[in-house]
Design a binder for this molecule. Structure first.
Ligand SMILES: [Zn+2]
Length: 303
């Protein structure tokens, strides 16, 4: 909000939130600082989780050093907004364009890793919020990539029109559907709640003669008010993510998998810090505890 001009702020207040992703996602009114949950010695509130995920405006738009995570999977996002490149001999898959203004930054990170941005053939998304998918139209324009989206998130994506650009959707996906390119298969798992089409992607990666299960987790962060429909969706999502095989857990914000701490341990000769099955359910543990705490608070407030 600090960087927003008065006029733009007024336009945002008057206009639909989709026109103002910066305002809607950095949240003009921060979420409540209660309830608090403690998981593995760390205490979280809705406000601290959002702050952890988003960081500052500078964090959201500054490239994090691009790096290889495992096998052909690379990080090309900013300090707090994830973008993943899966490189294959037949072209590349990009998961999450993030904000439209970050697309040139992502392109630079892809180039720094020795790949060509124009070789991106498929663009996938984590969920239909501007901090993850606002840049889809620009990526499509720059690469000609096929844009694929989970059916349940299509209405929200179609309403996301940065600069009036139509949101491209070339293929509508359904729960369990596979996307294949150059020997890599990604499977889309519907893990709804945070958005109706929130998608957890899984794939396998081979490194050092071993095969690892990689999970690109969707946000499991509950909203302030849980309707019965949302309760059903979140329960389904927690059950689904806990059943997925996982050796490498990633997420739409680096903080969900301690990216910065793991990156600092990434050195030749060290075991790969991203291969960490023990931490695979940490984010689900935090968010499920928060979900139950929010629900309990809501039920206690009822007359
Ligand atoms: Zn979101």
């Amino acid at each position: 909000m600090k960087n927003m001009s008065g006029l733009r702020l007024l336009t945002c207040i008057l206009g639909a939130l989709v026109l103002c992703p910066r305002a809607s996602l950095a949240q003009a009114v921060p979420p409540a600082d209660h309830p608090a949950v403690t998981v593995k010695g760390q205490t979280y509130t809705p406000r601290s989780i959002l702050a952890r995920n988003m960081g500052t405006e500078a964090d959201r738009i500054t490239a994090f050093p691009p790096h290889r995570i495992v096998a052909n999977i690379y990080y090309v996002g900013t300090n707090t907004l994830s973008s993943f490149l899966i490189a294959t001999a037949q072209g590349h898959i990009l998961i999450d364009s993030t904000y439209e203004r970050n697309v040139p930054t992502i392109e630079k990170s892809v180039t720094q890793l020795g790949f060509r941005f124009s070789d991106i053939k498929v663009l996938l998304g984590n969920h239909a919020h501007g901090d993850h998918q606002e840049g889809d139209a620009l990526v499509k324009q720059m690469t000609g990539a096929q844009v694929m989206a989970m059916a349940e998130d299509v209405p929200a994506l179609q309403a996301m029109k940065p600069g009036g650009k139509e949101h491209p959707i070339d293929k509508v996906l359904h729960d369990g559907e596979a996307v294949m390119l150059g020997g890599t298969t990604l499977v889309a798992h519907l893990t709804p709640g945070h958005t109706p089409g929130c998608t957890t992607w899984t794939t396998t990666a081979e490194e050092g003669g071993k095969t690892y299960n990689v999970m690109f987790g969707c946000s499991l962060r509950p909203p302030a008010v849980l309707t019965p429909a949302l309760v059903d969706q979140f329960n389904r999502a927690f059950k689904t993510v806990r059943a997925l095989p996982c050796d490498v857990q990633l997420g739409d914000h680096g903080a969900q998998y301690n990216m910065q701490e793991k990156y600092a341990k990434l050195k030749d000769g060290n075991p790969n810090p991203f291969i960490d099955p023990a931490s695979c359910t940490l984010e689900a543990d935090v968010q499920e505890a928060m979900f139950h705490a929010v629900l309990a608070e809501q039920q206690a407030a009822r007359p």
